[in-house]
Ligand binder design. Structure first.
Ligand code: ZN
Length: 152
């Protein structure tokens, strides 16, 4: 595995739309492994491929230590409720804020074997899913900020 450089806010790539993965190649599997290592080393709970400079719809999330969700071509198929909690982003170091997000979401994606999977998230996991999926469409948490926060 390799640690990848995380691009920061000034890089215009973060505003671009990521392309779907058409085939799960060894390169995509390597990307998943490298993204997990990068997320862990940076002490984040989620990372989108665009944040390491790859415009593919690939996300890793780890809100429960040891339980990494690997999402390929993820999409939100249902959402409910509302929450306002503090959020940050590995691409926007030092900035925190309260965002408006659904309280619960259901995500469909492919796993690394190409199988269709469904994940249900509430609380922090729902926020992480929304945050990371937003990255795939060039959106940042600062776009859904309710107010500025302080470092956790
Ligand atoms: Zn982020």
């Amino acid at each position: 595995m390799a640690y990848l450089r995380i691009v920061t806010e000034e890089d215009p790539i973060l505003r671009r739309t990521s392309r779907p993965v058409e085939q799960i190649t060894p390169r995509i599997l390597q990307l998943l492994d490298d993204m997990t290592e990068t997320m862990r080393r940076a002490q984040g709970c989620g990372l989108a491929a665009v944040q390491v400079g790859v415009l593919r719809r690939v996300v890793v999330i780890e809100t429960e230590p040891g339980q990494v969700l690997e999402l390929i071509n993820p999409r939100i198929v249902a959402k409910s409720g509302h929450q306002e909690e503090q959020e940050g982003c590995l691409s926007i170091p030092g900035r925190w804020g309260i965002t408006s997000r659904p309280a619960a979401v259901v995500v469909h994606a492919l796993n690394r074997k190409g199988e269709q999977v469904e994940y249900r998230g509430t609380g922090l996991l729902a926020r992480a899913m929304c945050h990371e999926l937003d990255h795939l469409d060039g959106k940042l948490f600062t776009d859904v900020l309710v107010r500025e926060g302080t470092e956790e």
